[in-house]
Design a protein around this ligand. Structure first.
Ligand code: GLN
Length: 456
């Protein structure tokens, strides 16, 4: 009840939800009855979970933030949602996003703009801005987002919450609306590292409905937390931390750099050995990402043709029916991405763009592997600035894309990363949060969470 009250009071200012369930209390009461009867209710019993609206839910609409799916109700739950429900979690509603996950501010939703709870004149980040704002404002306990190029980590940073992008394959993508399938992952938001770790455990594991989901064993991510004494003077003794040099150079907000350097010193105080590591290919990630993500999206989004999926425009001829349905259903940014992707994939340009970007992806993957052979974790800012004003970058897509520089490489390499608040910069009435990004080796979320837990 307290969460629902909070949601009712804050939602008119924040607009984080596209849909709120009207059965939350009934589900909670049902769990109470089960508890009275001594029945098993599962580890997430009564935990209110927000779900990004590009993740399918059978009992609620799932629009992906797009007009083309307005009113769509999937006949199934995404695997991550099914697992949450089976473990007693209650889906409180569907959170706002940039259309199909394409954007970094949540201004690209076809329906509404979400505000940052720290300063409602600012963006919450994106594309999972609704999920980040909802946890930040305590409208729900934890939430699911998706991260193709940073969409969990950058909004976590902007909203001062914990954001966890799992290793590619750790969580089933079944029921996640595909944006760029080789990069997409479902990720977790929480107000603590423990909460994010518990949610990750709940949704992880192999799923025969997603051929890319991994058979890797799922550890109890948070089980070692209790054995690490936070009172020990050097609880992280021996841990090798590499600060990525290219992420604290010119072009990054000075307040952000000093918060990250402060966090790095704190890790040293906790016993880590700290060194700077250079990844010369770091800046190649952004152009490679935007070519690959747009290319994959141009293919994935072809399913929204008004016939197989999506709202259908009135037309008396088949090509006009496809054309009008897509012209009316998709927003500007989505159309731009489809055009860029189609261009990059077309005969004559394929070698120069798509193939080249794949080659760059391999170089990036190798350079991260080499750096992670020498270090347990790599650290960087989660974004080059704190949250900016609504409207500030709306008409400047390149400036918005540039803001993803800290996060896209991690998706290109398929690695896990944890973002957690590590300081503030001036702005708003109470300062604006800055997020520290910790990057780990594939399937080593456990280490990231353990370090994050000691650090937080
Ligand atoms: N901002 C990036 C993009 O627009 C990342 C989005 C995401 O991770 N879904 O593609």
């Amino acid at each position: 009840e307290s969460f629902l009250t909070r949601l009712r009071l804050t939602e008119p200012h924040l607009r984080s939800f596209l849909h709120v369930s009207d059965t939350v209390l009934a589900q909670a009461n049902e769990l109470d009855e089960k508890i009275k009867r001594n029945e098993d209710v599962g580890p997430l019993a009564g935990v209110l979970v927000g779900v990004k609206d590009n993740i399918c839910t059978s009992e609620m609409p799932s629009t992906g933030g797009s007009r083309i799916l307005e009113g769509y109700r999937p006949p199934f739950d995404a695997t991550a949602v099914r697992k949450i429900k089976e473990q007693g979690g209650i889906v409180v509603g569907k959170t706002n996003l940039d259309e199909f996950g394409m954007g970094s501010t949540t201004e690209g939703s076809a329906f509404q703009v979400t505000a940052n709870p720290w300063d409602i004149s600012r963006v919450p980040g994106g594309s999972s801005g609704g999920s980040a704002a909802a946890v930040s404002a305590r409208q729900c306990v934890v939430s699911l987002g998706s991260d193709t190029g940073g969409s969990v980590r950058q909004p976590a940073s902007f909203c001062g919450v914990v954001g966890l992008k799992p290793t590619y394959g750790r969580v089933s993508r079944f029921g996640l609306m595909a944006y760029a399938s080789s990069l997409d992952v479902i990720g977790c938001f929480g107000s603590s590292v423990t909460d994010a770790g518990i949610l990750l455990h709940a949704i992880s594991g192999h799923d025969r409905l997603d051929a890319t989901s991994s058979k890797q064993e799922v550890p109890e991510f948070t089980s070692q937390f209790a054995s690490t004494s936070l009172l020990e003077s050097k609880p992280l003794n021996g841990l090798r931390v590499g600060l990525i040099r290219e992420t604290v150079e010119d072009g990054v907000d000075t307040g952000v750099v000093s918060a990250i350097r402060g966090a790095a010193s704190h890790l040293e105080e906790l016993g880590c050995s700290l060194s700077e590591v250079s990844l010369p290919s770091f800046s190649l990630g952004l152009p490679a990402y935007y070519i690959l993500a747009s290319s994959e999206s141009s293919s994935n989004l072809s399913r929204y043709d008004g016939v197989r999926y999506g709202n259908q425009a009135a037309a008396d001829e088949l090509n006009a029916l496809y054309g009008d349905s897509r012209a009316k259903g998709f927003g500007h940014e989505v159309k731009m991405r489809i055009l860029m992707g189609t261009y990059a994939l077309s005969a004559g340009y394929y070698d120069a763009y798509y193939k080249r970007a794949q080659q760059v992806r391999t170089i990036i993957r190798k350079s991260f592997k080499a750096a992670l052979d020498e270090h347990d974790i790599l650290i960087s800012p989660a974004a080059p600035s704190a949250a900016y004003k609504i409207g500030e970058k709306k008409n400047d897509p390149l400036a918005m894309y540039a803001g993803d520089v800290m996060t896209v490489n991690v998706n290109l390499a398929g690695l896990p990363a944890l973002v957690l608040p590590c300081g503030f910069v001036e702005g708003g009435s109470a300062g604006l949060p800055v997020g520290l990004q910790m990057i780990g080796a594939p399937f080593d979320e456990e280490k990231l969470l353990r370090v994050g837990h000691v650090f937080e």
